[in-house]
Design a binder for this molecule. Structure first.
Ligand code: ARG
Ligand code: GLU
Length: 722
């Protein structure tokens, strides 16, 4: 009799202590975590980190251009983010004469700061719990789709109707958003201030900002100076305003002090930022689905595609440039999927998921009121049933999506299914200066052949079946499509647009590429539509499952769902841990930090990924680590070491790129930019021994601005603390 009780108790203790690590917490969970933070060394008051009614450190953390995080680092609105986050903006501002990606850029004066059109920087002014209000509205809803509880348009409609008067009246640049947490068991309203006059201030050359490129992506030991600088401009009153010459640098409410003291293994580290998406409450069947369908198909199709791309790129320098960014994008998701499956296959990986499910099952089946417990058990059953029933359709969709839709560029081609107005946009989306129909056709042959091997003929897009029947082989069919279409060349498209409308319609119906692309898209839509009911079942089931988890936890004396992290959803979070290396495999141990010496060791003049700028080599040779070598670490023997990157046990994901990493005093010590590939299954479950955030030491950022960029003006505006 005592045994089960004891093991339950031990189980509870273990899961409580495991909880201390990992987690992307909501700002309001700070009070609950504060003692744990203090025990780990935090020296700040709670309200200095987050103060709902005043200014705090969180006011220096911004969402950068939608998908990334940034931080304000001066009293004049200077924002630090990653090089890969500023990449698109920097590319837009670049030309052949001024290639800022290749050469880097440092604005010498305010006048040299370049408007980055389209980039926005968002502050979170206020966060309000609106759970009771939203759930009340949902209860009153008649009819509907049953999916309103997660629908951004429904929730933001509520925000507009009910909170606009209070928060937006007479204000510029304020946006409101209501977001669901714990799959609709909690709702928060975010009052956001959005600045749209953002200017590019500086960035190192890619040889520093993207050093190691694809080979080093998702890995450590790392040696990348992945940062860029922007500045927020506002009107004379400090309010958001569209670009204008009259605008002035924003005087922010709060900015980060920067520590030049250096960091050591074991030091406390904390991160705030905007993590994008996690799936911490996936049931075991969902996890194996992710591994066996999503990741496995992605790895297979991208592997095949990249093999062809790389062969073509290595054979021709021009193709190499044209396909560099496409290859990088493909490879980023490919390597991530490999890491995810590696993580999922760790012994015991499914155990936490199984334990959470049993916790709910045990509690729900123990309810006296049978009906009450049934909701939660049904929630679990609905998810599992939907996962089982959607498997075949989902597999089809992934083969089609990864293989044809994303894999073959020309599947974006004009077709009868697109509105006339968007034909030009569809054509230019792939057929631009970086497009090679020859390469695309080679890729198409490989991917179509694999698709046909994997998917039953009855499920192929109709036009593919027709084409293959007619030409007899994938090779012959693809050759016919690319030879017979107007839509792989500028002249072809020009001759098309010159036709009268009726003739154009006829071309769209007969052109072999237009026909294939249309058929692929139609199949995609058909599969997405067929899958939708299952996705709804899963979302609704998970809402109930999570509600049950919260009740089960409360029944054990916990705080309910708030004891758990809500899945990431691009809202402001904090995570904490310590600076630490890791050992992903027996006999391998990665240490912190990496140093400038490592950059020199990796130099490879035959590979574009590992070029080291002459000036950086000179800095290393002459140890020009700032006046008095102030950016470097003095060793016991009196020598100096220049740190570059380090890792920490913080729990981060995509979207945390650019996030501030700060010490126990709230001073900036680094900027987050990646995770190790062994740790990406941390999106399902935090992996204390395998998973690390990869961070650029702030002193390397300072060294590059100061010595490589010679941008003293920027150093002078920072608040450096020794
Ligand atoms: N792996 C990082 C992230 O997930 C960096 C990606 C940018 N770098 C690249 N080579 N694609 O977003
Ligand atoms: N590089 C990722 C980003 O852009 C962060 C890596 C991760 O932790 O997934 O947000």
């Amino acid at each position: 009799m005592r045994r089960p009780f004891l093991s339950l108790l031990v189980g509870a203790l273990v899961s409580l202590s495991a909880q201390a690590d990992g987690g992307m917490w909501l700002m309001e969970q700070l009070s609950q975590k504060y003692s744990s933070l203090a025990a780990r060394g935090l020296q700040m008051k709670e309200y200095d980190l987050y103060n709902p009614n005043g200014t705090s450190l969180k006011d220096a953390v911004v969402s950068f251009d939608g998908g990334c995080t940034g931080e304000v680092i001066s009293s004049q609105g200077l924002v630090l983010t990653n090089h890969h986050c500023g990449y698109d903006a920097i590319q837009q501002l670049s030309s052949v004469e001024h290639n800022y990606l290749e050469q880097g850029y440092w604005a010498r004066t305010l006048q040299d700061e370049l408007p980055a059109r389209g980039v926005v920087v968002t502050f979170i002014d206020k966060i309000e719990d609106v759970t009771a209000f939203v759930q009340g509205q949902l209860r009153q809803l008649k009819g509907g789709t049953g999916m309103e509880f997660l629908s951004p348009s429904y929730l933001n409609g509520l925000a507009r109707r009910h909170y606009s008067e209070r928060y937006q009246r007479g204000q510029q640049g304020i946006e409101l958003e209501i977001k669901p947490f714990y799959n609709g068991n909690k709702y928060l309203l975010f009052v956001k201030k959005v600045y749209s006059d953002i200017r590019f201030v500086g960035a190192p050359p890619s040889a520093v900002g993207k050093f190691g490129a694809d080979t080093d992506n998702w890995s450590y030991p790392r040696h990348t100076g992945d940062f860029s600088l922007f500045r927020i401009y506002a009107d004379a009153n400090g309010n958001p305003a569209p670009y204008s010459e009259q605008n002035v640098p924003l005087r922010p409410r709060r900015w980060f002090d920067i520590s030049t003291a250096g960091v050591q293994e074991g030091d406390f580290a904390m991160i705030m930022g905007f993590p994008g998406r996690t799936n911490q409450y996936a049931l075991p069947s969902e996890i194996t689905e992710w591994r066996d369908i999503d990741n496995t198909i992605r790895i297979r199709m991208r592997g095949l595609r990249q093999e062809v791309m790389l062969r073509e790129m290595l054979a021709d320098p021009k193709t190499n440039i044209m396909y560099a960014a496409k290859y990088a994008r493909s490879q980023n998701g490919y390597k991530r999927a490999i890491g995810a499956n590696w993580g999922v296959s760790r012994p015991d990986f499914l155990r936490r998921s199984e334990e959470l499910r049993s916790e709910v099952e045990r509690w729900a089946s123990g309810q006296r009121d049978r009906k009450k417990g049934k909701v939660y058990l049904d929630g679990i059953a609905r998810i599992e049933q939907a996962v089982a029933e959607r498997a075949a359709l989902r597999r089809q969709l992934w083969w089609l999506d990864e293989g044809l839709w994303q894999g073959i560029e020309a599947m974006q081609a004009p077709g009868v299914d697109l509105p006339l107005m968007s034909l030009e946009r569809s054509f230019r989306s792939y057929c631009n200066k970086d497009y090679s129909p020859a390469v695309d056709a080679k890729i198409a042959k490989v991917l179509l052949a694999e698709y046909c091997r994997q998917v039953a003929r009855a499920d192929w897009p109709e036009e593919l079946a027709r084409g293959l029947a007619r030409y007899g082989s994938v090779e012959a069919y693809v050759d016919a499509v690319y030879a017979g279409t107007r839509f792989t060349k500028e002249e072809g498209f020009a001759s098309f647009t010159a036709l009268p409308a009726a003739e154009q319609a006829k071309v769209l119906e007969t052109d072999p590429l237009a026909r294939l692309a249309t058929s692929v898209r139609s199949k995609m839509r058909q599969l997405q539509k067929a899958l939708q009911p299952f996705d709804s079942q899963i979302s609704q089931g998970r809402r109930d499952y999570l509600a049950g988890l919260g009740l089960a936890r409360a029944a054990q004396g916990g705080a309910g769902l708030m004891d758990y992290m809500a899945d990431a959803n691009s809202t402001l979070r904090f995570t904490y841990g310590q600076i630490q290396g890791y050992s992903p495999r027996d006999g391998v141990r990665y240490t912190v930090p990496t140093t400038l010496q490592g950059v020199m060791q990796k130099e490879d003049s035959t590979s574009w990924e590992f070029v080291v700028p002459e000036r950086l080599k000179e800095i290393y040779r002459t140890q020009s680590y700032g006046a008095g070598k102030r950016w470097a670490s003095k060793q016991a023997d009196g020598s100096y070491v220049m740190p570059v990157n380090f890792t920490a046990t913080t729990h981060t994901t995509g979207g945390n790129s650019g996030s501030p990493v700060f010490n126990a005093k709230g001073q900036l010590i680094g900027i987050n930019f990646d995770r190790n590939w062994e740790g990406v299954a941390g999106d399902i479950q935090y992996l204390p021994s395998y998973q690390r955030s990869i961070i650029c030491d702030i002193r390397y950022v300072l060294l590059i601005i100061d010595e490589l960029g010679g941008a003293r003006r920027l150093i002078d505006e920072l608040s450096l603390v020794p």
